[in-house]
Design a binder for this molecule. Structure first.
Ligand code: G3P
Ligand code: MG
Length: 355
């Protein structure tokens, strides 16, 4: 008799609980789902589990929440779908710069210098958000190759310059990804950013007179605070945070002033508010009911970003040992609510907490 009642209760529970879900999960990408260009072994299994391959056949709203980026969400989703061999939609992605769409209303018509990434990919990101006048360091180098004498004259700057920066002022600087794709990028981008920030009103090649204290420095934004991140190399690599620290020190040495800037990315608040709204959208996608999640779980490998951010925003933090953090117990400085071996163990733990 109890068996029959038990079975009825379970099927009722299954019926109700498959009708909605008032919690969601955000998975970090680097060091949790992938390392460099390779998927981690449990990544596909974890994503399949969240997509219904679990004892309740229940779909759990989830996002990928990364301090990475450097390309549009559509491009990144296609990249990840290939790397992990699991379908990821752009609507499930919060990249470091995704919440920076909030800046468009303020700078839509301004000339924005976008730094980072490779080629035009970050310029494409900014234009996809709605910024209308976007330039990149290559444009500055085309205009005046002597601005960074160490740069070999490469094919991409052999083209005719598109701008004259002695006549067109740069009004905002946004770093949307790490400077990479060839060895001289950090130095070149630091030099050009310094030229803009110490210029008179954004005209490269001019200087703000020593006497005139800068009342308002040209606004500067960084999309990703990570000092380090985890790829295939056995020791974590420099992230955009290391680039920012190098720039801060050179800026102060060159101008005698403290650099002013605004940060986005984990652990900044704008990232978490943005993600909560997107999780509600995911709940609507699955259950046709838009519910702000009562609980949000965050799985990450970097205590200073993923765990610090989740803890500060009252999310449930789960630290995994497959990336930056490799300790036995928990992180001392940013202890997580739970520590798991890998992303699948983390997702199973969350499921058993909730179901
Ligand atoms: O540039 C990527 C790095 O900062 C880490 O990204 O996915 O671990 O937040 P993620
Ligand atoms: Mg990570």
């Amino acid at each position: 008799r109890n068996g029959i009642v038990g079975k009825k209760l379970l099927s009722l529970h299954r019926l109700y609980s498959t009708q909605t879900c008032n919690y969601g999960i955000c998975l970090d990408i680097d060091g949790v789902l992938i390392k460099g260009r390779k998927a981690l072994p449990q990544a596909k299994k974890a994503l399949s589990f969240l997509s219904g391959e679990n004892v309740l056949q229940k779909k759990i709203p989830f996002l990928l929440l990364s301090n990475g980026g450097g390309m549009t969400e559509a491009k990144k989703a296609a990249d990840l779908t290939r790397t992990i061999d699991f379908p990821i939609s752009p609507q499930q992605l919060v990249l470091s710069h995704t919440p920076m769409q909030s800046l468009v209303s303020k700078y839509q018509e301004s000339m924005v210098l976008v730094v980072g990434g490779t080629g035009d990919l970050c310029a494409e990101v900014a234009k996809s958000y709605g910024f209308k006048r976007v330039v990149i360091p290559e444009d500055v180098l085309r205009w005046e190759p002597s601005i960074w004498p160490l740069a070999p004259i490469m094919k991409e700057i052999a083209e005719a310059p598109r701008y004259d920066f002695s006549k067109e002022a740069i009004q905002v600087v946004m770093v949307l990804h790490d400077s990479y794709n060839c060895q001289y990028r950090w130095g070149r981008d630091i030099q050009i950013m310094l030229d803009v920030l110490q210029s008179k009103n954004g005209y490269i090649g001019t200087l703000t007179p020593e006497t005139e204290e800068i009342l308002h420095q040209i606004p500067l934004y960084f999309s990703n605070p990570d000092f380090i991140w985890s790829n295939e190399f056995p020791i974590p690599r420099f992230g955009q945070g290391a680039f920012r620290i190098a720039f801060e020190s050179i800026y102060s040495e060159a101008t005698g002033r403290k650099l002013k800037y605004e940060l986005f990315g984990k652990p900044e608040t704008s990232t978490y508010r943005y993600a909560e709204r997107l999780l509600a959208d995911q709940t609507y996608e699955i259950y046709k009911r838009r519910i702000l999640p009562k609980h949000v779980y965050a799985v990450g490998d970097n205590p200073a970003a993923d765990i610090a951010g989740a803890n500060a925003h009252n999310w449930n933090s789960i630290l995994v040992r497959t990336g930056v953090f490799e300790g036995k117990d928990n992180d001392a400085q940013f202890p997580a609510d739970h520590v798991a071996q890998d992303v699948f163990e983390a997702v199973e733990y969350m499921f058993h907490q909730e179901e």
